[in-house]
Design a protein around this ligand. Structure first.
Ligand code: BGC
Length: 930
């Protein structure tokens, strides 16, 4: 049989998806040696890159002439196509560079050159900044004139807490709530805009509106927030520099200084948690267009710099209004009170359309819940007033949306509306860090699909330049436990490299001399030291960027942070047991606090986890002594963990000696030793706490002694099935690892039963109770405690949907999806499952469908990747496997011939094939004996 592709000529195509520092054509890069990545394309299966060549030029014409005047890498024999470091001439601030790449395939055939891509450097040295920090009002402006033809213009800007840049009557760019949040005393982010098209010959006007943000929260918030809140200054600040290049080769610079003018504007108050008040009567019409008379404005005042290093935001996904939602219904529970229901919980705000007399005050309040009378229940918002107020100027139709706040809500209460509002009076604006959707998942079970959907909404609601815990109440903090646990789920669904790279810098910024990091990063609340399950983020996040994006540099740059953190844990350990902890297996059923799983157990487990990962990281970085040192340390911790928490057939977080003492006290003093042993054995399971998380943790990193693992696993299954009637009894830590552990020990079916469990505690229970995101607690709660209805902590299960239900897993031995494991688990009532992941190398997808006796599996791998594809035998005795119609497995042996398939083998439940890049269509069926 001749395949389609064999007829046509085998062709290595031009590389595509060209990224510089994870971005396409970025501006404002400030890495001295930016990294390049591309995807490879080939018409033939089983293809690899054997070499590449990169050209970087200072002008397009040079690149067109194949003149890499800045860097010509030459032909580099290498399979690396991800994160290749620039190593040419020194890159200059503000300059644009052009690059292209070509690649050789495994047969030494060279591809055409890629299309041209570009990157532009930011202001790399402090001396490049000529602008001064200024303050004086929440409107700041300057008029200036241009009398030459503009070739290009760039604006470099940072306004703290937030800015909106306005040039000649227009908002520049589409970011909101910019710049990203950092600890402003350590690091301040600036953005680079191409403003060439905003400027014109003659008079120009540039200005910024400024908001408080995290920089200067109102005094009362600083005091009455649940904890003392960090405040950096007493009023917003601005630094802005516009560098203009004219066609005649000359330059002009417009930069903030004391000649700028400042005034108060229509934003009367603004705060992230409380909302914004906008009095349209106080607008300064024309303030942002040329020829505005600002003679009655005061002069801007020079301000102290916030203290942190000015760093480019390039590569960090900016916060944007990503989507608009129409409200689904309006109710009118009391006179003049209208409740809008968006039927979706989300983070953002609403745009209001209103017409009415000047001075009319329209009040918008936001909440996730309603009370029994159909009014808003704002109690779970706790100290966040979540109220936007708009005061009309009295014109035809007025449109308002806030700039410097956001809310987490499903319902909006409108009061004071002139007349009767209708569905068109409000539009929902969905706001979050604009991470690119890179993953998709769907399967035949609608409940699982709904859980996935809730995870997506929950995840996006909690990406606000830092990974937040929730969007609605008086927190919205970068709780690192939530962040580290959900990182894999987030990475499966979205392009997270830039987002986490920035957050990892934030974590580094927060580290103290003693190696401790806080629970919340950036440290708007100073909570040192972090619970080990929170602090581990400083290791888990770089590690995940390495695994999923083949980013070795992030390991290197954060190596000392990780070492110091592990050193800190060591300083807290006695006999390798870490006794301190704060949250542990947070929010198990019925509780916020971890009741069944003691903090000593989770803290010690994370000490092991971190030392173990650090030894691997040291190995990857060629730090051999460290690799050995941390491997030995992790062995010691493992021994201590087993000594302390292992009871023979199970793990229990109560200190073994305490438990024995407690049980011994219950024994009749006259009992013989044997009888005591017998009674201890019989008593412990009854009196010991529920053991799901303890056992999951011991099984997941191979802590349990080899010969005891199966027994521990059986104890775990028994706890789930018998003690908890097939329910989870885990908090956020146990839940993260539970599903992979069950799968590893042969019980993917049980994992699926837990996922699809419909009674409390379960995801289905939340959904039945109306959840459109995920809750913080397994329970429906509507009081003022720990009961956000939009937390992402339980979203970790979503990674298991990709990894097990569809069965796409990366192989850590060859990160960045270079080596892939495709192994679906067609469990329970599942008839099909399908997912695709846009990885750093290109798209990986897998999709299976089955009936009683056949299973089809479609797989696509990018060039330069390879996979082991395991096709489930579905309990069939003798199976035949075909690929695109050609038999590749029959009568227990592999049949060669399919292009790209290089081998096959059979295990008890699967037939496994080695494949290279390309698209494949496998069909497994029962062998019909004739
Ligand atoms: C947050 C959590 C966080 C926890 C730590 C809560 O208030 O909302 O998500 O991780 O505190 O205990």
């Amino acid at each position: 049989m001749i395949r389609q592709e064999e007829k046509s000529e085998k062709m290595v195509r031009a590389p595509t998806d060209m990224l510089c520092e994870y971005s396409s054509n970025p501006l404002g890069i400030d890495a001295a040696a930016p990294r390049f990545s591309w995807a490879l394309n080939h018409t033939e299966r089983g293809q690899l890159q054997s070499a590449y060549e990169i050209l970087v030029a200072s002008a397009q014409a040079n690149l067109d002439a194949d003149n890499g005047d800045t860097w010509a890498s030459g032909k580099v024999i290498s399979t690396q196509s991800v994160n290749i470091c620039y190593s040419g001439a020194t890159l200059e601030s503000g300059k644009t560079y052009y690059w292209k790449v070509r690649a050789w395939d495994k047969d030494e055939k060279v591809s055409p050159w890629s299309k041209m891509a570009m990157f532009e450097m930011g202001l790399m040295k402090p001396g490049d900044w000529k602008a001064k920090w200024i303050k004086g009002g929440n409107l700041i402006r300057k008029g200036f004139s241009i009398n030459k033809a503009i070739k290009r213009a760039r604006a470099y800007i940072c306004g703290l807490g937030y800015y909106e840049l306005r040039i000649n009557g227009e908002k520049a760019g589409d970011h909101v709530l910019d710049p990203g949040w950092t600890d402003y005393e350590k690091r301040v982010l600036y953005e680079t805009y191409d403003v060439t098209g905003y400027l014109a010959g003659g008079e120009n006007s540039v200005g910024a509106m400024l908001g408080n943000g995290r920089y200067c929260p109102p005094e009362d918030k600083v005091k009455i927030s649940p904890l003392p809140l960090k405040s950096y200054g007493d009023s917003p600040l601005l630094v802005l520099q516009i560098d203009i290049e004219f066609t005649d080769g000359t330059n002009m610079r417009v930069a903030t200084d004391e000649t700028w003018k400042a005034s108060r504007g229509p934003i009367v108050s603004d705060d992230i948690w409380d909302g914004e008040t906008y009095d349209a009567r106080l607008e300064r019409p024309g303030w942002d267009v040329p020829h505005f008379d600002d003679s009655d404005w005061s002069s801007a005042v020079l301000a102290d710099a916030p203290g942190g290093k000015l760093v480019s935001q390039a590569g960090v996904p900016p916060i944007k209004v990503v989507k608009k939602l129409q409200p689904r219904s309006i109710s009118n529970p009391r006179p003049n009170v209208y409740i809008y229901d968006f039927e979706q919980n989300f983070a953002g705000w609403v745009r209001l359309h209103v017409h009415g007399p000047k001075g009319t005050k329209v009040q918008l309040r936001f909440a996730e819940l309603l009370d029994e009378s159909g009014m808003l229940n704002t109690i779970p918002n706790r100290g966040a007033r979540a109220t936007d107020t708009y005061i009309l100027k009295g014109q035809d139709l007025e449109t308002y949306e806030p700039r410097f706040t956001y809310h987490g809500f499903r319902y909006v209460e409108v009061k004071g509306f002139p007349g009767t509002p209708n569905l068109g009076s409000l539009v929902g604006c969905v706001v979050h860090s604009a991470v690119e959707p890179t993953g998709s998942f769907v399967c035949s079970n609608s409940l699982v699909n709904q859980i996935h959907k809730n995870v997506i909404w929950g995840q996006l609601s909690n990406l606000m330049s830092v990974p937040t815990d929730c969007p609605q109440r008086d927190e919205r903090m970068g709780w690192m436990g939530d962040a580290q646990l959900t990182a894999e789920e987030a990475i499966h669904n979205f392009g997270m490299a830039g987002f986490y790279t920035k957050y990892i810098m934030d974590i580094g910024d927060s580290q103290k001399e003693d190696g401790s990091v806080p629970d919340v990063v950036p440290t708007y609340w100073s909570l040192y030291p972090a619970d080990p399950a929170w602090g581990t983020a400083c290791i888990v996040l770089p590690w995940n960027l390495y695994l999923y994006y083949e980013d070795k540099q992030i390991l290197k740059h954060n190596y000392s942070v990780m070492k110091r953190w592990v050193g800190f844990l060591g300083s807290k350990a006695a006999d390798y047991i870490v006794s301190y902890g704060k949250h542990g297996d947070w929010c198990p059923p019925r509780h916020a606090l971890s009741v069944d799983t003691g903090l000593r157990l989770t803290s010690t487990w994370y000490y092991y986890h971190d030392a173990f990962l650090l030894s691997k990281i040291a190995g990857i970085l060629d730090e051999r002594e460290d690799a050995e040192k941390y491997a030995q340390l992790s062995e010691k911790i493992k021994e201590a963990f087993n000594r302390e928490f292992f009871l023979g057939d199970r793990y229990c977080s109560e200190k073994l000696s305490d438990l024995h003492k407690r049980v011994e006290a219950l024994l009749p003093p006259t009992a013989s030793e044997d009888m005591q042993k017998e009674m201890i054995k019989g008593t412990l399971p009854l009196r010991g706490p529920s053991i799901q998380t303890a056992n999951v943790l011991a099984l997941c990193l191979d802590i349990a002694p080899r010969d005891k693992k199966e027994q521990v696993a059986r104890t775990l299954f028994d706890d789930i099935v018998t003690t908890q009637s097939t329910h989870i009894n885990t908090g956020i830590v146990g839940t993260k690892y539970l599903f992979d552990v069950l799968t590893k020990f042969g019980r993917a079916d049980l994992a699926y039963k837990l996922v699809t469990q419909t009674t409390y505690p379960s995801w289905a229970y939340m959904i039945q109770e109306g959840a459109t995101t995920l809750w913080e607690r397994w329970e429906y709660l509507a009081d003022g405690g720990m009961n956000s209805h939009n937390h992402i902590m339980y979203g970790t299960v979503d990674a298991w949907f990709y990894r097990a239900l569809v069965g796409i897993k990366l192989d850590p031995a060859d990160p960045g999806f270079k080596a892939i494991i495709i192994k679906p688990y067609p469990v329970g009532d599942l008839r099909f499952a399908s997912a695709s992941l846009r990885t750093v190398r290109g798209t990986v997808s897998s999709s299976w469908a089955r009936d009683e006796k056949t299973l089809s599996l479609e797989v696509t791998l990018p060039v330069n990747s390879q996979a082991k594809v395991s096709i489930p035998k579905m309990g069939l005795n003798k199976v035949t496997v075909k690929e695109s119609g050609m038999v590749i497995w029959e009568k227990g042996s592999y049949a060669e011939g399919a292009v790209g398939v290089t081998g096959g083998s059979e295990e008890e439940d699967y037939v496994t094939f080695d494949i290279g890049s390309g698209s494949y269509s496998f069909q497994l069926s029962e062998t019909i004996e004739v």
